[in-house]
Design a protein around this ligand. Structure first.
Ligand code: CLR
Length: 382
């Protein structure tokens, strides 16, 4: 049958879920989904996808030529997409509904690799409604740092769920005093009806370097540019702001893509996702984690999700939600706001506005800034 990806016992609830989705105006968090589509992973963990290939993450810092360096940044960016947007399908068979992080939830970890040393990850839920996750990931051996934040705006049109990402990322290379402003793609969820959801990226994103180089990336799912899924086309422009690209790129970000040098008219392989294996990040054992850390806080829910014990999922989730409600009530009574641990909402500075405008984007009025010293000297450093 058509919905045979849905376990027989959950077909009724799945249809109910789809119906409530259609009338939800996109507030996915508030809809109860059948257990088979729930993930035991919280959205705060998704910040890790930026640096699961530490070698590509630090590579730009070793490239002296600015044009080659921009290419290395772009290669790392393209490489992150597979983890960001296909890893649930690969590991779990379909896209899943992540756990909805509570305010103050943190996901902390590190990658330890022979060649790159330590790459740190600090991810914190800085807003619950609307959901916003802020993150920083950095490697001091090579002097690279990525900071950013992101939230989602969802809307529904008949059977597809459309997601617009709010936020951006900034990649910095200390040695060259260079920054790259990175905008985030919109996406939609396909395959919902069949109970086998997956992400398709759409539209365009931009990367603008302070060195003047820039990229425009166009995304498409199956059938638009070619018969293949997860395809992209991109153009790299030089600092002279000529409308003629220096390089053009095309292919699959989850597979192979090529780069064409528009001056030399030569084409070669740019990136092959099948040749790279992600490095799992290391996190503290549960006993050593603070109650605000993702895995610790959600441990009981996650265990219940893995055995599809719906009653326990509900009971344990409600405990967290009620606790959160009580905290918000208390804050309101005392006339204060929840203090974010490692990020502060600040006015967007001139440098960032200039970079964003280079990419044809108006920078947000306010941005979440990482307080690195607080983290380094605080109790949560891992
Ligand atoms: C979060 C930020 C990451 C990239 C990313 C990847 C997948 C997205 C996720 C973001 C946000 C939440 C998301 C998810 C895919 C599905 C899920 C849109 C943007 C929604 C909330 C779940 C829909 C429910 C069905 C699967 C049943 O860097």
């Amino acid at each position: 049958g058509e919905i045979d990806k849905v376990p027989a016992s959950q077909r009724g609830p799945w249809m109910t879920f789809l119906k409530s989705l259609a009338t939800s105006k996109g507030d996915i968090a508030s809809i109860t989904a059948p257990p088979f589509i729930l993930s035991s992973t919280s959205l705060t963990e998704y910040s890790k996808f930026w640096a699961e290939l530490p070698d590509l993450f630090v590579a730009p810092s070793m490239v002296v030529d600015p044009e080659e360096r921009a290419l290395a940044v772009f290669r790392w960016f393209i490489a992150t997409l597979k983890g960001q947007y296909t890893s649930r399908n690969e590991a779990l068979g379909s896209e899943k509904k992540p756990l909805n992080p509570f305010l103050g939830e943190m996901f902390l970890g590190r990658w330890e690799t022979d060649d790159e040393g330590t790459t740190m990850l600090v991810s914190e839920q800085v807003s619950h409604h609307p959901p916003v996750t802020a993150y920083a990931t950095y490697n001091d051996v090579y002097g690279v740092e990525l900071t950013g934040y992101n939230g989602q705006k969802a809307s529904v049109s008949t059977t597809t769920l459309n997601i617009k990402q709010v936020g951006h990322a900034v990649y910095k290379i200390t040695k060259f005093d260079e920054s790259y402003y990175i905008s985030l793609p919109s996406l939609h969820i396909e395959g919902l009806f069949y109970g086998a959801p997956y992400v398709e990226l759409e539209g365009s994103t931009f990367i603008q370097s302070s060195s003047g180089y820039s990229f425009k990336i166009d995304y498409s799912g199956k059938g638009y540019f070619s018969g293949k899924k997860n395809t992209y086309k991109a153009k790299m422009f030089g600092p002279d702001s000529s409308s003629k690209p220096l390089y053009t790129f095309s292919g699959q970000w989850s597979g192979k893509s090529t780069v064409k040098d528009e001056r030399a008219k030569s084409e070669k392989l740019f990136y092959d996702a099948t040749e790279h294996t992600i490095v799992p990040l290391e996190i503290k054992p549960l006993e050593e984690q603070s109650p605000y850390e993702t895995r610790k806080a959600w441990a009981k829910v996650a265990a219940a999700v893995s055995v599809m014990d719906y009653d326990t999922i509900h009971v344990e989730k409600s405990k967290i939600e009620n606790e959160q409600r009580a905290l918000r009530k208390q804050e309101k009574e005392e006339g204060r706001e929840w203090t974010r641990r490692y990020f502060t909402l600040v006015d967007s500075d001139e440098g960032l506005k200039k970079l964003a405008s280079g990419a044809g984007i108006t920078a947000d009025e306010k941005v979440w800034r990482f307080n690195r010293d607080d983290f380094e000297s605080g109790p949560d450093k891992c």
